[in-house]
Ligand binder design. Sequence first.
Ligand code: ZN
Length: 279
Amino acid sequence: MLIASPYIIVQQSVLANHNVLSVILLHMDEKLKRQLGTDLILIRNEPVSRFCLDCNETLNHSSFSVPWKKEKSWGEYGYREKVKLFKCENCDTVALEKSQWWTDNDEWGDEEGRGNNMNRKGDLILNYPSSLSTDEIALLPKVQPFLNDEQYDFLKDVLAAKSQKMDGLAAIGFRSLFEHFFNICGTNSSRDRFVSEAAKMDVGTSKAKNEYKYKLQWLSHQGVITKKQSEELLDLIKEANKSAHKMQTDGKDLNVAIEALLSLTLAAKRQPDLFEKHK
Ligand SMILES: [Zn+2]
């Protein structure tokens, strides 16, 4: 179970107005909070609509939050954080969202020019198991026809890693997905001929033909992703390999992979023969 701590869920019916409790808790002394155990109370919020990975659709979720933000520090950096929980009303799966705000940004604003707006979205938002963007939710049913059940679950795991900000892990996962699309795109002989020749032209020997670079070039040569996308996808994996030990990449935008996957599905619609042999 996700929540190990003995949280008490306060029902809406018990609390006529949960905001009152929030206000009381906010002003309570930290020591008193611990003595009374109010630091373990979850406040029930309005239900929200969220995508549930288990149900594979957007559904109503009960929503809870820890009613105050804690002042914390990480090395010399101060931050506050807010934790929310969402429970799918269909399958009871619980998802966790942790937002963190850097104290420096509260005072001076951030590089994105959001200013010192205390109501801004978290500077860092982590989700467990995941929270998908609108693009990602739209992408799932489009990619599904090209994947078996195991591969489809893998795609969902990769998207989960992305939403947990495990960028390196997600990048490596995306690489496997593009390798899969390479393997199902075009005929075996044309594919093999292409990568052999591309490797030979590039490094003088066809022995390097299994490199990811030439596989991406094949996808771009077939017009299913753009040349720019193939270069960006290669950069993504290079960054991920460099920083594999910390499972986080620096500033590389994983949405490149989402856009490229979308391109693939659109191309497959335009050229149905190209992926004919994928099943
Ligand atoms: Zn569900």
